[in-house]
Each structure stands twice: as C-alpha cells, then as structure tokens.
Write a protein that binds this ligand. Sequence first.
Ligand code: FAD
Length: 559
Amino acid sequence: MKTVIVGGVAGGMSAATRLRRLDESAEIVVFERGPYVSYANCGLPYHVGGVIADRSSLLLQTPESLAARFRLDVRTGHEVISVDPVARTVSVLDLAAGDTVIEHYDELVLAVGAAAREAAGHPGIPTHTLRTVEDVDAIGALVEAAADHPSALVVGGGFIGLEAVENLVRRGIHVTLIQRPAQILTPLDAEMVAPLEAQLRSHGVDVRTAVTIDSAVSDAVLLTDGTELRPDFIVDASGVVPSIDLARSAGLRVGPTGGIAVDPSNRTSDEHIYAVGDGVEKVDAVSGEGALVTMAGLANRHGRSVADVIGGRDERNTPALGTAIVKVFDTVAARVGWSERQLAAAGRPHRVIHTHPASHATYYPGAEPLSMKLLVDPESDAILGAQIVGGAGVDKRIDVIAVAMAGGLTASGLARLELAYAPQFGSAKDPVNQLGYVADNLRTGTTRTIQWHELAAAREAGATLVDVRTALEHAAGAIPGSLNIPVDELRDRLAELPDGPLIVHCQVGQRGHTAARILDQHGRDVVNLDGGYRTWAAGEGRSRQSSMAEQDSAAGASV
Ligand code: FAD
C-alpha cells in the first residue's frame, strides 16, 4: 500500500507520521516543493521580531530526521504539478534538476495549504508575504538593510498582519497598518477590537482602517485616503485563498467557498484522494454549511484523522468552530463561533451579552480586565459564538467556551460549570459562570438589555437614560443627556424618574442589572444597557473613528 502526500508541513506531516505509527509496512512518500518540512509557520512572525531568536528552532524536523524516526520518504524541492486520478499517478517536478517523474499512488493526500492573496504590485518597493521561512529570511534582511528611520507598510489587519506589525515595531520599525474593512481583525465585532486598535496606536503604529492602496509608483504608494507613503518595504498580509490547482487538475469537486470539497472523512470526490488543511472547505459548526477556516489545529487534527481513515478506521471530523487567538503587544483577542456581524448579516436571531469581569479575584494582586461577548440563540439558548479581549485569562476562557460549544452546552449551562478557583486564577463565580448567569437572566426574562448601537434609537423613541454609577464616575465621563442617580440612592429617589420607559446603565452592566431589578419590581418598564458605559464607549468611539476614516478615504479617493 503506497500513500503519497503532497505538502510537508502541518496537515501533510501529521498524516505521514500518524500513518507510520499505525502501519509499519506502509510505503509513504511526501512531496514538498519548498526547502523545509514540518516547520513552525505560526512562529515565523516572532523570528522577525527576535522573540524566537534561533531560526533553527522553527525547523522542527528534516527529511533525515523523519526518515530516521518514521521511515518516511520525504522529498523537498519537489513540486507535484498534476494528478491523474484514473491512472492513480502524480507528475512531480524536481525543482533543482528540472526533471519530471511520474509516481504511482494507492491513496493520495493533498495537504497543499493556501496561497497568499497578494495585493497589487508595488514597483520599486520590496514587498513580501509572511508565509514561509524564506519570506521571514527576506523580511529579516530588509529590516537589517532599512534606513536610519526605517518604516514599513503592513497591508492587512488580520491575525498574521497584526503579528507582523508587533514584531516589526519590536525591531524599531515605524509601521503603517492599512486595512480595507472599517476595523482590524474582522472575525471580532467592532466594539471588541477598540482596545486592540488603541494598543497599536499607543505603540506608535499608524492604524488606517477603511483604507487600501490606490496606486503605486516608483518608491511611493498612494493610499485611498490620499496619503502618500515611502516605506522601506511592504509586508503583504492581505489574506489567503485555498490552493486548488492540483484538485482542479484531478477534476475534484471544489465547494462554493472555493476550498476543495471533502466528506467528513476528508475524502474528496475521488475515493482514493483525500485533502486536509487550509486548502479544504470545512463544515461550519454554527451554520452547518461550508466554510474556510485556515487554522493550524484543524490542519493537524485532520491530517492525523485522514491517516486513521487510510489505515482503515472510521474517523469523522467534527464541524469547525473557528477558535482563534492573537496577542498584540499586551492585549490578547480571541474568538470562537460566529460574530454579531455574521449573525446579523445572515438574518439569524441572536441575543448579545457583554461583560467586563476581572481575570481573577480583584483582591489578589495582578488582576487584569477582560471584555467578554457571548452570542446566544434566543430560541434554543445555544451558544453561537464568543469573543474575549484582555490580558491574562483570555485563552482559558475562550477554550472553556469552545469546549462548551463542542459539547452542546447551552449559554445558561455556563453558569453551572464547576471551574478551578483560587484567587490567583479566577473568581468563585468565574467570568464564564458570570456569562451563564446573564444568559440565564435573559432567557428567563429576569432582566432585559439593550445594545450600545440600539441606544440612540431607543432614546429618540422616548426612553430616559439613567446612569446609576456614582456622581464621581458620572463626572469623569458620561453618555450625553443621561440622568445620574447612583444605584444605592435609587430606592429613595424613584420620584425623580420621569414617566415612560427607562434605560439604566453603569460602568460594565452589573450595577445596571441591580438597578433594573429594583425598578422592575417598582413596576417600571426598564432595560439595562448591556456591557454598560465601557461597551458603549468602545462601540461609539469605533463608529466615530470608522465614519471619519470612511470620509477621509472618500475624500482621498476623489482627489
Ligand atoms: P501548510 O502548513 O501551509 O503546508 C502546505 C505545504 O504544501 C507548503 O509547505 C507548500 O509548499 C506545499 N505545497 C503546496 N503545493 C504543493 C505542490 N504542488 N507540491 C508540493 N508541495 C506543495 N494557525 C493557528 O491556528 N494559529 C496561529 O498562531 C497561526 N499563525 C500563523 C502564522 C503565520 C505566519 C502563518 C503563515 C500561518 C499561521 N497559522 C496559524 C495558520 C496555519 O499555519 C495553517 O492553518 C496551517 O499551516 C495549514 O496547514 P496545511 O497543511 O493546510 O498547509
């Protein structure tokens, strides 16, 4: 039995090594067109920044080490250029020698990943993507060669673009970050990325959203907001598209998202060809439809499970949640499932919860603020997605929620999770439990909330906004036109409240909830501003910035 694997990094090498562990007698050949196999592409940006100083620590294996431990026939510098599914052969180009050979397979695994979606060319300005060890070598050389006051333009504010920005700043480069959408990190909602953008700006990064490259001439690029830049170099992180050339050459079915279509066992439309990783369309856990989710965990897991299938086991993928995390300087942002924007665009009913707990008990030193967002199906109470931004503890909470989603727990069910607690690590009511309490209050109608972006319309319709924080907090920054009655005085000052619907708010939503309960029990029609002043300020601030950026961009585009 001979298995040929195309692509020797995340998915491909997971498949090859698992297959060997299952079958000592299998013939396993891996073709990799690049010079390296099994390297840590997720670590690449950190070598640019000098955090991972030793380049060789990114290179996890070599063809020799893989031959020694796993008896794999790994051929780097070999590009598979076509597949003949009838003859069950691949044509392989030896890139150094220029020769093409035909190799037979019994089973074929395509683990060819995705290709960078490159922005327009920039004549005269060195431009690199950040995908491979060779890219990192090239960017490293540009950093070394840059002028006295070096500057770089990073195109794309997604996960890899943000990691590139941070690491270039570490090297003393002045970075301009441009992002075509109106916010960075679009898997998260606008109000959630506000702290990230603030963090970037506080490190001197020139963040420009709703902006792209208009034209490039000689040593300058003209942005759509009218700015002309002369960066020493450009890092192009404008996204990826599935590599499907080989799949097309084999006549394999490609899904509506543009990724190779596979069944839950990662079998393509040809029964002897499998595909895994970034090139493949996944099943989205929230919609049940095809989705592109280009993450290392899925590539590794599906690489392993495809080996199980080839080895004769009945192994099936679970749908993809899209769990992801990134750290930008001191701020960590993570998400799982769908965002509010996605749900709204799909017309899917959803309930939104914002909380702002501390990472651990505030009486123990070192607690850091978290901003959490939970998206809930109002009918079934199913968790549709979550986003968390903060410092310590973001990773743990997003993983707990990912596990809850995978296990089919409801949002209210989060309240009942028994999570490890000591003051250094969490709270007796962990931030995840607190999300569950809010979800349960909403599910049972114990409380009603309003979102930051719904506030203006509700006030226009006649609701009165009551700020239940202290007078000191109110003076330090308030939503214009709000009436300040601190929650502790509320019972005694009920007569001061005008007739009609009320909206209460505090700093993060918790005192607002108490105020809403008091007023509700006094017969008032009351809702609590979800996430309080903090969420409102983040959302409003972002909206103002993006509408200003859009105006600038439109003005720039028209000159
Ligand atoms: P890859 O790992 O990209 O491997 C595909 C291989 O196939 C390539 O080496 C390519 O040369 C080879 N190939 C393609 N065509 C051919 C051909 N015709 N013949 C021979 N060989 C071919 N994910 C996370 O979850 N967390 C992170 O923190 C994270 N950080 C990242 C940072 C960077 C800079 C990058 C680039 C990616 C990051 N990712 C991260 C994404 C993650 O690396 C990918 O999801 C994962 O590597 C995909 O695995 P794959 O096997 O599909 O493709």
